[in-house]
Ligand binder design. Structure first.
Ligand SMILES: [Fe+2]
Ligand SMILES: [Fe+2]
Length: 292
């Protein structure tokens, strides 16, 4: 029996267990038999365990700076749920990535992300507010993931849906993750603002994150295609062109919401359609259970 849905806003974030079994594996080209679209999503998955641990550590170090006001308490409660959601994502994507290793793929993004994290800690350790650098970077990545998450919801079942023909289990995993990224998209941002983070630092780390994300996603996707021996297939490159430059390609779909982050009065809740992800969670209550 599923717990009743608590879905509508960040003050009622829900930590969920997803009822899918990734240990049994999934087809090699699980995303509609499309080697590129599979390699791209696999690349994202490879970055999550390290990335999401960094997000968890960042909000934890921010949480230590909170006081006792009602706003501090509200943030503290949301941070706890945020950590619960990201820890669940990290766990499931760890299982997902184990199966990618069995399929013969090599994760190079995780090692690079670990090195980047150590470099960031070294560079900011003498700063008076190292937690603000980490939080700005986390808020930046949370915006990027929520833009992708919103797109997965907005385009659902339309011809340009990135998961239109995906294996049902993988479609469930990615839509659930997208829904929760939408649901908690303001947590790191609100914490950063509340602790006095300024606009310049926020935008600096955002462009840093965008550059790193684009470069690392590209490198890992190419590596996945290489390992899959589909890098040189014409069908792969047709899919790349359609994904990047097509009428409903990522340049058209993602440029505007990504750049919105640079507005001075930006707030994550101004962007994205909450009704879509809440509806998906409502319609798919059979695949998840609320925890705690
Ligand atoms: Fe996540
Ligand atoms: Fe997230």
């Amino acid at each position: 029996m599923n717990a009743p849905a608590q879905l509508t806003h960040a003050d009622s974030l829900t930590v969920r267990r997803l009822n899918i079994d990734l240990k049994q594996g999934f087809p090699r080209h699980w995303n509609g038999e499309d080697a590129f679209m599979t390699a791209f999503f696999n690349a994202l998955s490879m970055s999550f365990p390290v990335g999401e641990q960094f997000f968890i550590d960042s909000v934890r170090s921010g949480e230590k700076q909170l006081g006792q006001t009602s706003e501090d308490e509200r943030l503290r409660a949301n941070i706890k749920k945020f950590i619960g959601q990201e820890a669940t994502h990290r766990f499931l994507h760890g299982q997902y990535n184990d199966h990618l290793s069995v399929q013969g793929l090599h994760n190079t993004w995780a090692d690079r992300a670990l090195q980047q994290r150590e470099k960031l800690y070294r560079k900011t350790k003498n700063s008076s507010q190292p937690h603000l650098h980490e939080l700005a970077l986390t808020a930046a990545y949370e915006h990027i993931t929520s833009v992708l998450g919103n797109d997965v919801m907005v385009s659902m079942h339309q011809p340009h849906d990135l998961l239109l023909h995906a294996h049902p289990k993988m479609q469930t995993l990615w839509r659930w993750h997208a829904a929760e990224e939408m649901e908690h998209r303001d947590i790191a941002f609100d914490l950063y603002q509340h602790l006095g983070g300024n606009y310049q630092r926020r935008v600096f780390w955002y462009f840093f994150a965008l550059l790193r994300f684009t470069t690392d996603a590209l490198r890992q996707t190419v590596r996945n295609l290489w390992d899959d021996k589909t890098l040189h297939h014409p069908r792969t490159w047709w899919s790349v062109l359609r994904f990047v430059f097509g009428r409903q390609g990522c340049i058209r779909r993602f440029t505007r919401p990504l750049l919105a982050y640079c507005q001075r009065d930006f707030h994550p809740k101004q962007h994205g359609d909450d009704a879509l992800y809440t509806q998906w969670l409502q319609d798919n209550q059979a695949v998840w259970q609320a925890l705690g």
